[in-house]
Design a protein around this ligand. Structure first.
Ligand code: NAD
Length: 358
């Protein structure tokens, strides 16, 4: 496909190629939409087999950010960036500073954040060169690691699902399987156990599981069978693609509510979940706490943790709205979430080339 045709087919506004031979920087910044506000999304730093693969990745990820911000009700658009290369060998201070100056040159059309291959320390370095960055450290007035906020958002989403299915938001006594107990899943498991839920966990890192068993009395199961565990809520918090044609018939849960990105392996899987009678809370609604929290850094008075955490309840309200729209329309929850995001985008009118203004 021709380049412009490919970019237009995804509805992207602008794609920027950045190169700087002196530092070896090769980056692509994709601004999918600024209809609702300046585009926000992380910088991914990794190697790709070809430049075309890097372009595909950044186009796909930036579009997903438009939907994530829109469904969360944020005045932000969607964007993403990739720096091409293995960060372990390519990353230098000069390269990151050069990249930051490219961000500055976009005048606030795109605001970056941490993603796979970049760290909070990178965001702090970028902040030296430009204000168009979020997720800087708390020491620099930022919000730091978004994972605890993401976990709180997941709890709000689970409570919304409980209220929808069982007419009470309480998770006390509910059996929840948390699959992946890293930064988000670990915080989630602890919160659920503290709330009186009956928590089962699985992770390839035996030490993370052992720590939770000791500290919170959770049960452990092997990772291979976690999705088959009978429970009220299955919470994927590790990898994408866990809801696929092989696993969906084996699920023994009533609902799926987890933080992992891209849980549905392909376009047929939302329908398969509906047909299986399992309530699926769309991943990009459920894990929206991270972006809600980070967006608070852009408030005129700067980041305030109390205000940011109060806003995480919006994840629950959006989850509830999506479940109700899906039930009313007899459609999948994924389609209902996309519809909600698209109606917010449509309400904002056509393309507007927005930039960030403090
Ligand atoms: P993390 O790397 O801290 O945790 C992932 C955990 O999954 C690790 O403990 C890892 O050992 C475990 N794991 C890996 N493969 C596994 C397998 N096959 N079976 C069981 N466990 C396995 O990552 P995180 O920041 O907690 O993010 C978890 C998921 O949530 C990711 O999909 C991420 O994209 C998504 N997410 C995270 C945030 C955030 O704020 N961190 C926000 C939105 C979405």
């Amino acid at each position: 496909m021709e380049l412009f045709e490919r970019v237009a087919s995804g509805g992207h506004e602008q794609v920027v190629l950045c190169q700087h031979p002196e530092t070896g920087l090769r980056a692509i910044i994709a601004i999918h939409s600024t209809q609702l506000g300046p585009a926000l999304g992380g910088t991914r730093f990794r190697s790709y087999p070809t430049d075309a693969d890097a372009l595909e990745d950044v186009l796909r990820l930036s579009r997903a950010m438009t939907y994530k911000a829109a469904v969360a009700g944020l005045p932000l658009g969607g964007g993403k960036a990739v720096i091409i290369g293995d960060p372990a060998t390519v990353r230098t201070e000069g390269l990151m500073r050069t990249y930051a100056r490219f961000l500055e040159s976009l005048g606030g059309r795109y605001l970056t954040a941490e993603d796979v291959g970049t760290t909070t320390a990178d965001m702090d370095l970028i902040r030296d060169e430009t204000s168009y960055v979020t997720g800087v450290s708390e020491a620099r007035g930022g919000s730091g690691d978004p994972s605890p906020a993401t976990a709180v958002g997941v709890v709000h989403a689970m409570e919304a699902v409980a209220a929808h299915l069982w007419h009470s938001p309480s998770l006390a006594g509910r059996r929840v399987v948390v699959h992946g107990v890293g930064k988000v899943g670990g915080a989630l498991a602890r919160r659920l156990a503290d709330a009186g839920a009956s928590v089962t966990v699985a992770d390839v890192r035996a030490e993370a599981v052992a720590e939770l068993v000791a500290s919170h009395g959770v049960r452990a199961v092997p990772t291979e069978s976690a999705h088959r565990e009978p429970c009220d809520v299955y919470a994927p918090c590790a990898l994408g693609g866990v809801l696929n044609p092989a696993t969906i018939p084996e699920l023994a849960c009533i609902a799926v509510v987890g933080a992992a990105n891209n849980q549905l392996a392909d376009a047929t899987c939302a329908d398969r979940m509906l047909a299986a009678g399992i309530t699926y809370a769309p991943d990009y609604v459920v894990n929206g706490g991270g972006i809600i929290n980070i967006s608070e850094e852009l408030a005129p008075r700067g980041y305030d943790r109390e205000r940011a955490y109060a806003r995480l309840a919006e994840v629950g309200a959006t989850t509830r709205a999506v479940l109700e729209a899906a039930a009313a329309g007899g459609i999948t929850t994924e389609a209902a979430a996309d519809g909600l995001a698209e109606s917010r985008l449509a309400a904002a009118g056509g393309h507007t080339i927005r930039t960030f203004r403090r």
